[in-house]
Design a protein around this ligand. Structure first.
Ligand code: SF4
Ligand code: SF4
Length: 103
């Protein structure tokens, strides 16, 4: 499993690099790149920090994802997790970040 960074959507803000607990992301020519893909353990911190949607998480067969792609969108307090499957179908889960630690 690993992230994928879309260089066309990246604005080089460095937020992803700053939050990665494994120091796996670096900025090259004002674009984020992942240094060692195989070391990514999928904490999703970088996805949540990226405000341009440039980062997607590849859900490989090794974790039952069968090639699905996970991405995150935020609007105000609402964070929506989106899983796009290879067959074109998708699933979304929306969480109010203000209430996510309530229970
Ligand atoms: S998912 Fe976590 S470990 Fe992987 S690159 Fe992003 S912040 Fe780093
Ligand atoms: S957080 Fe997103 S826009 Fe900012 S450097 Fe990382 S990938 Fe690029």
């Amino acid at each position: 499993m690993s992230i994928r960074i879309n260089a066309l959507s990246c604005i080089g803000c460095k937020r992803c690099a700053e939050v990665c607990p494994g120091n796996l992301i670096k900025i090259v020519n004002n674009r984020a790149v992942i240094k060692r893909e195989k070391d990514c353990w999928g904490c999703t911190s970088c996805l949540k920090e990226c405000k341009t949607g440039a980062i997607e998480f590849f859900l490989g067969a090794d974790i039952g994802g069968k090639g699905s792609i996970l991405s995150v969108e935020e609007k105000g307090d609402l964070r929506t997790w989106i899983v796009k499957r290879p067959d074109g179908s998708s699933e979304t889960i929306t969480v109010n970040t203000k209430e996510s630690n309530k229970y």
